[in-house]
Ligand binder design. Structure first.
Ligand code: ZN
Length: 352
């Protein structure tokens, strides 16, 4: 693909927004001016299976489609939002800055096709992360923001004008009815973040749960940076307990199915098994013998070996099934290994 300024800019925008580590955005100009930081040659990875990809984007860089009846989804290929058209206006679910002004364009397109209002009256926040709600302020102060109480606390802390704090909050459950349309919001504890909620559309056969399963793809770096690993491992079961046919995961180019959730659950279970076996199977002796008093060097190389042991069969099994299995499985396995050690106490030995 030719590196035109536009494609280069959009790759940068996507990369910076994706990082969800704000500091990385600041690094981008430095990376450009000093390409010596790039590995040479850059590594090759397995091709992305066509099953991971979604519909083509339009000339403005988005796709909008129907999920079910008057529930729609919008994607830019990396991020997703959703919206419900009602007789009293539009309820928007998340506002990723990478989609930005294309959110209103997508809403305008659907509203004019169907002769309904294009006015966003409510914005539901899946969680407080800027990469999912950083375009919220585009919709003005009149729209009612809805989110978990913890989202309000975290957004108050972050004090970011692009993400107005929720006006309506809840602790465990909240039924929202807008223009006769029902939305069930639920909080089942910390998973990806302490404020990440389950958004169920009982009359649209749909569940929206963001940054848990990214349909068709393995998780982002280090298990999606999930803050509670055991709860995130349990989240697919919790999601499958709801009745739904369509899944909005907040990421990548397509919607998910219950089958995607089952594959994701199997992938996680295979990683847990692999890591558990690695904790018992990999002998630490050679690493500590070689590095002497450099304890971190010994621990790092020992854990690298455990991760390699745990992930080799998983990467082989899921290459061609989940995109980027060879890119991010190792970093996710490390996070799971640490959770099994630290949360479950596996591999701990009491000095005699
Ligand atoms: Zn997030």
């Amino acid at each position: 693909m030719p590196s035109t300024p536009t494609t280069r800019r959009s790759f940068l925008a996507r990369g910076a927004a994706f990082a969800s580590v704000p500091a990385l955005a600041g690094l981008v100009p430095g990376v450009l001016s000093d390409p010596a930081f790039a590995d040479d040659p850059l590594p090759d990875y397995a091709p992305v299976p066509s099953s991971a990809l979604g519909p083509a984007l339009n000339a403005q860089g988005y796709f909008v489609g129907r999920v079910e009846r008057n529930l729609y989804w919008v994607t830019d290929g990396a991020y997703q939002a959703a919206f419900l058209t009602t007789r009293d206006g539009v309820v928007l679910f998340d506002a990723p800055p990478t989609i930005g002004h294309n959110l209103q364009r997508a809403i305008d397109q659907i509203a004019s096709d169907n002769g309904v209002s294009n006015k966003v009256t409510h914005i539901v926040y899946s969680h407080h992360h800027a990469d999912h709600v950083g375009a919220s302020s585009l919709f003005g102060r009149d729209a009612v923001r809805v989110g978990h109480v913890e989202a309000k606390r975290l957004l108050t802390r972050d004090n970011d004008p692009t993400r107005p704090v929720p006006d309506l909050t809840f602790k465990t459950h909240r039924k929202l009815v807008v223009g006769g349309e029902k939305i069930d919001l639920a909080w089942h504890g910390t998973n990806h973040t302490p404020d990440n909620i389950y958004i169920h559309f009982p009359d649209h056969d749909t569940l929206m749960l963001v940054d848990v399963n990214l349909p068709g793809w393995v998780p982002f770096n280090s298990f999606n940076l999930d803050e509670d690993v055991p709860a995130s491992l349990a989240a697919p079961d919790r999601a499958l307990a709801y009745p739904w046919k369509h899944y909005i995961g907040g990421h990548m180019g397509r919607l998910g199915t219950r089958g995607d959730m089952v594959v994701f659950q199997e992938y996680l279970s295979d990683l847990v098994d692999g890591v558990t076996q690695a904790l018992a199977a990999v002998d630490p002796t050679p690493f500590f013998a070689k590095y002497g008093n450099n304890t971190w060097a010994a621990v790092k190389t020992y854990q690298d070996a455990q991760i390699k042991y745990a992930t080799a069969p998983v990467i082989a099994k899921y290459t061609g099934v989940l995109a980027a299995a060879d890119v991010y499985t190792a970093s996710t396995a490390f996070v799971i290994l640490e959770s099994i050690r630290l949360d479950q106490g596996a591999g701990s030995q009491v000095h005699p």
